[in-house]
Design a binder for this molecule. Structure first.
Ligand SMILES: Nc1ncnc2c1ncn2[C@@H]1O[C@H](COP(=O)(O)OP(=O)(O)O)[C@@H](O)[C@H]1O
Ligand SMILES: [Mg+2]
Length: 248
């Protein structure tokens, strides 16, 4: 069942000289419930603009965005804001944690906007989420005392704490070294899947996109399906050295 559907979406911005700059042009995209879709594109191709549209942080200049079959174009500001908080979780390249709050307070923050959760329940839920990303013992730590990979795991816990139906990740590994990035991406994909959330990962890294069910390329504001990558080459294990040669 299609959860998110973009139909002929364009986004332009007005320029000071009165002209218009197209950022996205004629974008069609379907994301089904629980599915992982990756969008690959280089810097400036319109990736963040597309993610902001999906997350109801921005509105298109043309085309239609259907959320669960419902057109979003005519939504009132209040309902847009409510849907944004209920349906989506966000993960950003620079983690965007509150610097003066502990890991647990960061994870609990979105719950302040959810109904029916008193302080103790929010704390308990945040602790459980931190446990799920392997940071159960770091709840009282402030972000600057955590490594980049740990900060992004806190951000993943925060993105999932309200059980969103969609997680939108904008270059989630962009500030991490390759190995940490791969670990964080695997965690993000499995945590989203465990929570039944669809995941849209925006990246410039084809290796990060490998984990997705489907891939698209965004090039100068136009979206097109990307061929499946070749399987990771299997490196043959070295032939065992006969013991006689090791200990003649
Ligand atoms: N509000 C804006 N005004 C002018 N140009 C913009 C605006 N938003 C984005 N752009 C331009 O549109 C292009 C795509 O931006 P963005 O979506 O942030 O790309 P990406 O995330 O792929 O790097 C960039 O060239 C950027 O400078
Ligand atoms: Mg960007």
């Amino acid at each position: 069942m299609t959860l998110l559907a973009l139909r002929g979406i364009s986004r332009e911005v007005g320029l000071p000289d009165g002209g218009v700059l197209p950022i996205l042009t004629g974008v069609d995209l379907d994301v089904a419930a629980g599915e992982h879709v990756a969008i690959v594109g280089r810097s400036g191709s319109g990736k963040s603009t597309l993610l902001n549209l999906l997350g109801l942080l921005d509105t298109p200049t043309d085309g239609e965005y259907l959320l669960d079959g419902e057109p979003t174009g005519a939504l009132r500001a209040r309902r847009r804001a409510r849907l944004r908080g209920e349906v989506f979780g966000f993960v950003f390249q620079q983690f965007n944690l509150l610097p003066r709050r502990t890991a647990e307070e960061n994870v609990a923050a979105p719950l302040l906007y959810a109904r029916g959760r008193d302080y103790l329940r929010r704390r308990r839920t945040a602790r459980e989420m931190l446990d799920r990303v392997g940071l159960g013992t770091r709840g009282d730590t402030v972000p600057e005392k955590l490594s980049g990979g740990e900060q992004q795991r806190v951000a993943i816990a925060r993105a999932l704490v309200r059980s969103p139906r969609v997680v939108l990740a904008d270059e989630p590994t962009g500030a991490l070294d390759v190995e940490t990035g791969a670990q964080v991406m695997a965690l993000l994909a499995s945590a989203a899947a465990e929570g039944g959330a669809a995941l849209v990962t925006i990246t410039h890294d084809l290796n990060v996109a490998r984990l997705a069910d489907r891939r698209y390329r965004l090039d100068a504001g136009r979206l097109a399906p990307l061929a499946d990558p070749a399987p990771t080459p299997v490196v043959p294990a070295p032939a065992p050295v006969p013991l006689a040669e090791v200990h003649p």
